[in-house]
Ligand binder design. Sequence first.
Ligand SMILES: [Zn+2]
Ligand SMILES: [Zn+2]
Length: 388
Amino acid sequence: MAVDSAIANKLDELVAFRRQMHQNPELQYELPETAAAVAAVLRRTGVDEIHEGLGQTGVVALVHGKNGASGRSIGLRADMDALPITEASGKPWSSRNPGKMHACGHDGHTAMLLGAAMGLAKTRDFDGTAVLIFQPAEEGGAGARAMMEDGLFQRFPVAEVYGMHNKPGLPVGEFTMAPGPIMGSVDLFEIEVEGIGGHAAQPEFARDPMPVMAALIQALQTIVSRNVDPIERAVVSVTTVHGGDAFNVIPPTVRLTGTVRTLNESVRDLIETRMGELTQGIAAAYGATGHLHYDRRYPVTINRAEQIGHAAAAAEAVVGADKVHRDMPPTMGGEDFSFMLNAVPGAYINIGNGASAGIHHPDYDFNDEAIGWGASYWMSLVRSRLPL
Ligand SMILES: [Zn+2]
Ligand SMILES: [Zn+2]
């Protein structure tokens, strides 16, 4: 078990880059410094082509193997955006941008892929092209889709695409993965119940939307328990309710918002349908009107079994079979790499971040010791999928 020899002397530089990026977090598509820093490192590594501005601030680098651009290619993806969180890690390299923080480790993901760029540009021990994808706006902004809408896979066709996320709690130098659905679809809904406002002491002249909303919140919880196949997994969470300003006034409208997560696109369809029926039906039963706005954000993240096999083999070649786990349980968190997996066969795996705080927590920090393992995995994957 050893870090790839081609990058062993690059680890200090990669750690320094990661900490620099950590100190200067940027959000969503607004990544001017981050994208420029990534492109600057790529230029120094001697990759063959660098393309900036895909999906506003995404960066794509091409590295050709020994035989040049032979036509075979593989995509490797990292994300670059931070989160609107105030850092509390106390690390010397803590965020200098108040209210912004690399709390999901995308600084580390970027550093690992840059490490792969360095190693692959040096060794060229593969046949074809490695397409290195640095995307913006993973955190809710669908940056992966934005890059695809800018022609990512038309301009740089790949036969397979791979992604990787760090996982707190999994030891450094270990990997975990599984075929099938591994992360949930992410949808957002807003429901407005429209009644007739009036004096709170004279409900007979009003159509109070409050009891309608109360009944509706209860009914929404029956979708998962009574409509979804019990073998499937799904979440319906109502997270905000807004309505009314005074204790003695019946408001004309009440609004709620929430989120739906599933691991199956047909369950997702079912929930949207049932949510619409309940909104209409319950509002009508009380003489009010219900409006559902259902906003589909990220699809289910589904790993192909074949590519998980390739990912596992590549990881095992770096750290050994005992440190590669194939039983990663699914989570209901979302991931916009799902858009790429819906377009190209691929796999999304996790790499150990050791005993750190959880992602999206103000104490979180990416573990620099993972950089060498992640970069080595990327190199191993390219070598095995594009053999000479
Ligand atoms: Zn995140
Ligand atoms: Zn993340």
